[in-house]
Design a protein around this ligand. Structure first.
Ligand SMILES: NC(=O)c1ccc[n+]([C@@H]2O[C@H](COP(=O)([O-])OP(=O)(O)OC[C@H]3O[C@@H](n4cnc5c(N)ncnc54)[C@H](OP(=O)(O)O)[C@@H]3O)[C@@H](O)[C@H]2O)c1
Length: 277
């Protein structure tokens, strides 16, 4: 049914390249959104303890009628749980109503605390225990990845970072590629803080040439860059729009034109600032 490509990960598993983000959808609001997304064909859900919606995501999965194994579920280890990752993942699984997730990520390096390497050792154990199929990180810079490499031979399969046309992160993405780490783009449409159409009017001409919206054009750019992407929307028509990006292709000239729009401009939080506990 799904036309979404799969991306191979370094641990031998694979992940649907397009999914649904759930940040800012609370436990109640997330249920109809996940139902609608699954109905449209989404099979990849991105949540986190800190989104406080794991229970709603779990309820939506359980009542969807879709087999658990047909849905890729990611959740994340919060900062003040770095030293108790097992307890944190077990609590997340309890809320989700699942006996394992597909991917567990360290949400932020939280380098002020110096605990990420300890967290990583536990993440490896959680994978060995079967509580998560794959393990990765989020918001990690090369120095944070180096700190994991210094204590473990297990390389994260994913680094989930802010990426969109205003902040393309070419160097960090290349660093991840050298390490065999696939990159997921968070805030792919501007994180709800900015509108790509307003910030980058040049996108409209490319979108028009393909008979697509600016959001579809931006998401297609992520896909053709080999990024894994999970836009969030609380509107069914936008869920459909964001899924309908596999019947056209940007030309190499389009891709270059979008690459030229990079301003190294964050609209979200810098990894050094992700220090809430
Ligand atoms: N690891 C991390 O630190 C981290 C940080 C942030 C996000 N994330 C993950 O990444 C996911 C995606 O990022 P995000 O939610 O921050 O931002 P996003 O997906 O870039 O943008 C979401 C915003 O775009 C709007 N939108 C969605 N589809 C649209 C369309 N077709 N046309 C116009 N506007 C559209 C949404 O509005 P409506 O809802 O009103 O449609 C919402 O305001 C999150 O949900 C979360 O799962 C991870």
């Amino acid at each position: 049914m799904s036309t979404v490509p799969s991306i191979a990960l370094s641990d031998g598993t694979s992940i649907p390249q397009l999914g649904l983000g759930t940040y800012k959808l609370d436990d109640e609001a997330v249920v109809p959104v996940v139902h609608a997304a699954l109905e449209i064909g989404y099979r990849h859900l991105d949540t986190a303890k800190i989104y406080r919606n794991e229970a709603g995501v779990g309820r939506a999965i359980a009542s969807s009628g879709i087999a658990r194994d047909d849905i890729y579920v990611t959740t994340k280890l919060w900062n003040d749980d770095h030293l108790k990752a097992r307890e944190a993942l077990e609590a997340s699984l309890e809320r989700l109503g699942l006996d394992r997730v597909d991917l567990y990520l360290i949400h932020w390096p939280f380098h002020q605390a110096g605990t990420a390497a300890r967290a990583w050792e536990q993440m490896v154990e959680l994978r060995e225990a079967g509580l998560t199929t794959s393990i990765g990180v989020s918001n990690f810079l090369p120095e944070h990845l180096d700190a994991l490499a210094a204590i473990s031979e297990v390389v994260p399969v994913i680094n989930q970072i802010e990426v969109h046309p205003l902040l393309q992160q070419a160097e960090l993405r290349a660093d991840c590629a050298r390490r065999g780490i696939r990159v997921e783009s968070w805030g792919p449409l501007g994180h709800g803080s900015v509108s790509m159409a307003e910030e980058l009017p040049a996108l409209a001409a490319i979108a028009d040439a393909h008979g697509k919206t600016v959001a579809q054009t931006v998401l297609r750019w992520h896909i053709q860059e080999g990024l894994i992407v999970f836009p969030k929307s609380s509107h069914v028509e936008r869920l459909r729009e964001n899924f309908d990006i596999f019947d056209f292709a940007l030309t190499e000239a389009d891709m270059q034109a979008i690459r030229a729009l990079n301003e190294d401009r964050r609209v979200g939080v810098h990894p050094y600032e992700g220090n809430w506990s």
